[in-house]
Ligand binder design. Sequence first.
Ligand code: 5GP
Length: 260
Amino acid sequence: MKKGKKLYEGKAKILYAAPEKGTAIQHFKDHATAFNNQKKTIIEGKGILNNRISEHILSSLNQIGIQTHLIKRINMREQLVKLVEIIPIEFIVRNIATGSLTKRLGIEDGTVFERPLVEFCYKNDELNDPLVAREHIYAFGWSNAMELDWITEQCFRINDFMQGMFKSVGIKLVDFKLEFGRLNQNGKKSIILADEISPDTCRLWDALSDKKLDKDRFRKDLGNILEAYQEVARRLNILHEETNIKTVEFGKLRSIKVRK
Ligand code: 5GP
């Protein structure tokens, strides 16, 4: 598929115009960043794994009636998606306390919540994506009560589904970030899940050992980042023998097998 002009470049992805109006090509890069871009590196093969993992999760969500921007994966690094107006809020869903929540509120790391918690952060790199209240969101016109109620409901549904999916492969879904976008298709307005769901945007712990299988391996210098992402893909049964990508991480030659 022929890529059009670059519409947006983020830290881990690029969005290009696609031939059909209202669609875009989402390209997954190998760049890893943390702490608002203060720490960065390239992890060769990460984009390929995230493309595949995100496709798997979003298409599974589509199958249970959650509308997402994913149309189809088009190659190892790219997906065709619906072009949406992104709501400038990151929706953080938490099942277990860790990360910024424990630092902010002094809650003990690893505390399991009775009910999942949904937090709102204003999507703004310069401000470090600050936590905001509903009142800020209304006051500054980022969204409204009807949209937020609906999205929060979707967050719980997505969390229920993903918790089950990961639990069945021995992984605890600790927390994750979601982004939603407004779609106007043939005069019909809706809000759909956008962006990606991958080990870059989730915290995933091995159910038995609590070993981290996500971007915290990069944030905390735990090493073996690619192996962890590969482990997630392997457990989700989306690694196949058809493609053998040679990649170099920490000077060692590795192979990733991903279905074409
Ligand atoms: P925390 O607020 O503890 O840093 O992050 C909570 C969860 O949301 C983690 O799973 C983290 O990966 C995800 N998350 C929060 N903000 C961002 C972001 O700006 N980019 C990405 N990729 N993930 C985020």
